[in-house]
Design a protein around this ligand. Structure first.
Ligand code: ADP
Ligand code: ZN
Ligand code: ZN
Length: 732
């Protein structure tokens, strides 16, 4: 064998390190391609890594290299395009390469054994097992656990999703309580015999959008499809998709939260009469693996998923769609902090296919890209069909008496709409009964012991809960400071508003929809169905209610508290508030009934609210962009945020201080901080941050390239947990 034969592989192992590791191939072992999985020794463990490249030389002498233990794939698990995407992602977000691969791969593929050929095999509960469960479970805790989990998944679960030894499974099978089954890789099927919905004729604006996008069908183009709720964006997607499916091209649709969009999935399924492959966090590992295989093989044509679906392999992609492109949940907030929207644009360029970003309230980033000529702006200015747009009006709370946040003016309008047989929707993004519990005698306030935050009173459960760390404790009948029994709940959450609504409108059925009322599986679908049917006349809810749903019978929408968003320190707060108001307003007056939107505020002269209600979102966005430009803030600058936390307050500051000194360089990148996070203590940990900002992305990236890899070498790094967020959504 010649010395220079490429018998060394560089492998990305799942570890928080920024580089690959070299291994040698034993003689007789075939040479794996980049993107193949290999089993390698790492420290005292064996890990599954991904081959980054095959090479002839290493910085280490060959004798020092450890051998690859096993090659797990004969062809790359990561196809070339996905492999390149992930390398680029790791590089751009400055995240360890091995962890980046791990984020994308289904868990089953990350384990140290070849992918089982029978990955579509699983287990399900038999009728006997169901009886056994009803009678109190199996023999022992582990059997009961398996029966319980299978009961929640009637379609069956993969072996990997059942964390018990094989003996437990076998014994359950012997008793006849569970049976092997084929897992259905397609969780959503069109109803059997369902009549395919006929597409409506597109209106002029919709047709223009479709024509424009189709003109670029075989090359890269990014299209910002802006249209108010009900303007027919989804219909545009559907009519773009139809001809692609006919040619067996794949379409990937990213949505913010799939749990909130059952209607969308159903609509796609009904239109095309084919299964919609849905990808989201609720899938079992078996289903996830199946989906990965089927999308990679080009069998699944229509794929709808949340942000991580962006990393699914596609064989014959034809179109990418990002719905609600402004939504913050498209950006991952821990681990690999990627923006699925931004990566979707990158992927579309790789593939040379169009990508459509849809929203009623586009992000300022995307509008900026339109200004720069990078994206094509397509507008749907009117509601589809005959629907008229809702009217937005401010209610000046300073002149109103309030009952649990309900002004007289609002109550009056509610009575009128309800009497006319219509539905009313109230939006308050604060659950619980009251955000503060206060002692009237001494002023004591119930704080969270682990956060710099107040506990929220949940009256029904007689509990105090922290909405930041999740800790909870029973409400004491007496003040722990002075013993008084006069404890008052201050402020309003949805629970209290519900109580008042029941007093005022007892005759009308009401549904409160928030995280507390929808914890039970199926509860949200239930509530949404009742809202749709019109059974629930008053809908009260948090942002769960504000996104995506169609409530055809709702004619009055009220934003109960618009003030809170006006006082936040984050530079994106105004943008977010405006988006939220317009999104909530979009629920009103679909079909042929005009809607009315009332926004309660103590600041009716606030320029943001005035502009939004009189001129609409596009005018607001233009003004907000001008402000950002003036202030030199994103999208006119780019940012990276280094966060650190520890159980004591000092180490994060020490680490960030050292990091700031390490970054110190004249000129092009500004370093702000370190400063404590706005809520310094959270879940028992103290947090601080350091902000890096540059006008040109190149300058920021250049600094990060050398800086991030050196951070772990700082002495102070050992005493903190740190993370880097490139293009952070929250800087405050
Ligand atoms: P969006 O996604 O912008 O909220 P949709 O595509 O859901 O809008 O359209 C809103 C409603 O109008 C839906 O009920 C849809 O079926 C209907 N619709 C859309 N386009 C048309 C059209 N060209 N003609 C008639 N109805 C339409
Ligand atoms: Zn007291
Ligand atoms: Zn807390």
């Amino acid at each position: 064998m010649s010395r220079r034969e490429p018998r060394i592989v560089e492998v990305a192992v799942p570890s928080p390190l920024y580089r690959g590791f070299d291994y040698r191939l034993a003689s007789g072992m075939p040479t794996p391609a980049a993107g193949c999985r290999v089993k390698v020794p790492f420290g005292r463990r064996q890990l599954v890594g991904i081959v980054l490249q095959v090479k002839a030389e290493s910085d280490l002498p060959r004798a020092k290299l450890k051998p690859v233990a096993e090659i797990l794939d004969s062809s790359p698990t990561l196809p070339e395009e996905l492999f390149r995407l992930l390398c680029w992602t790791a590089n751009y977000y400055h995240h360890p390469i091995g962890e980046t691969f791990s984020t994308a791969l289904p868990a089953t593929l990350r384990r140290a054994r070849p992918t089982p050929a029978d990955a579509d095999r699983g287990w399900r509960l038999t009728p006997g097992g169901r009886e056994q469960l009803a009678a109190g479970g199996g023999r022992g805790k582990r059997q009961a656990e398996v029966l319980g989990r299978l009961a929640e998944h009637p379609a069956g679960l993969a072996r990997d999703a059942l964390p018990v030894p094989l003996s437990v499974i076998k014994s359950l099978q012997t008793r006849g309580w569970i049976a092997a089954c084929r897992l259905d890789p397609e969780p959503v099927q069109p109803a059997p015999g369902a009549v395919r919905a006929q597409p409506p004729r597109l209106n002029e604006h919709q047709q223009q959008a479709v024509t424009r996008i189709q003109a670029d069908a075989e090359r890269f183009g990014c299209f910002l499809l802006e249209g108010v709720t009900g303007s027919g964006k989804t219909e545009v997607y559907l009519q773009l998709i139809a001809p692609l499916l006919a040619r067996k091209r794949q379409v990937l649709v990213l949505v913010p939260e799939i749990g909130l969009t059952p209607q969308l999935v159903a609509r796609f399924g009904e239109r095309f009469g084919i299964p919609v492959c849905t990808l989201h966090s609720g899938l079992s590992e078996g289903q996830r693996l199946q989906a990965w295989r089927r999308t990679g093989a080009g069998e699944a044509l229509l794929i709808l998923g949340t942000r991580s679906a962006l990393f699914t392999p596609l064989k014959r992609p034809g179109l990418l769609i990002v719905d609600e492109e402004h939504d913050a949940s498209l950006k991952q907030q821990d681990g690999l902090r990627y923006s699925a929207r931004d990566l979707a644009v990158w992927r579309a360029r790789q593939w040379q296919i169009p990508v459509v970003l849809g929203s009623a309230t586009p992000s300022l980033e995307s509008l900026y890209n339109v200004q720069q000529g990078r994206y094509v702006h397509l507008r749907l200015p009117r509601r589809a069909g005959n629907a008229r747009p809702p009217r937005l009006r401010l209610i000046d709370l300073r002149t109103q008496t309030l009952r649990a946040l309900l002004s007289e003016a609002l109550i009056r309008r509610m009575r009128e709409h309800l009497a006319a047989g219509d539905q009313v929707l109230l939006f308050l993004n604060r659950r619980g009964y009251a955000p503060v519990l206060l002692c009237h005698a001494c002023g004591w306030v119930a704080d969270c012991q682990r956060c710099d935050a107040r506990m929220t009173l949940h009256q029904q459960q007689r509990e105090l809960r922290c909405h930041h760390c999740g800790s909870q404790r029973p409400v004491d009948p007496y003040c722990p400071a002075c013993g008084s029994s006069e404890l008052l709940g201050l402020g309003e959450g949805t629970e209290r508003v519900e109580q008042t609504l029941r007093e005022l409108f007892g005759d009308y059925p009401l549904r409160r929809i928030d995280r507390d009322t929808t914890r039970r599986k199926g509860a949200l679908e239930d509530a949404l169905a009742a809202a749709q049917r019109g059974d629930a006349r008053i809908l009260l809810g948090t942002q769960m209610l504000a996104k995506g749903h169609h409530f055809p019978g709702v004619t009055l929408v009220a934003v109960l508290d618009a003030d809170r968003g006006l006082f936040s320190g984050d530079f994106r707060a105004a943008e977010r508030l405006a988006q939220q108001i317009i999104q909530v307003a979009g629920r009103a007056g679909r079909a042929d009934r005009p809607g009315e939107v009332l926004i309660q505020t103590h600041q009716p002269e606030h320029p943001l609210l005035v502009q939004l209600t009189t001129e609409g979102y596009p005018a607001f966005a233009a003004a907000a962009l001008a402000e950002r430009r003036q202030a030199g803030l994103p999208p006119y600058a780019c940012m990276a945020l280094l966060r650190a936390e520890a159980v004591n307050p000092a180490p994060p500051h020490e680490f960030l201080q050292e990091a700031a000194e390490l970054a110190a360089q004249p000129g092009n990148v500004q370093v702000w901080g370190p400063v404590s996070a706005p809520m310094e203590r959270r879940a028992g940990r103290y947090r601080a941050q350091l902000l890096l900002q540059a006008t040109r992305r190149r300058d920021l990236q250049q600094l990060l390239d050398t800086w991030v890899a050196r951070l772990d070498g700082l002495k102070s790094a050992r005493r903190v947990r740190w993370s880097l967020d490139v293009d952070p959504l929250d800087t405050y």
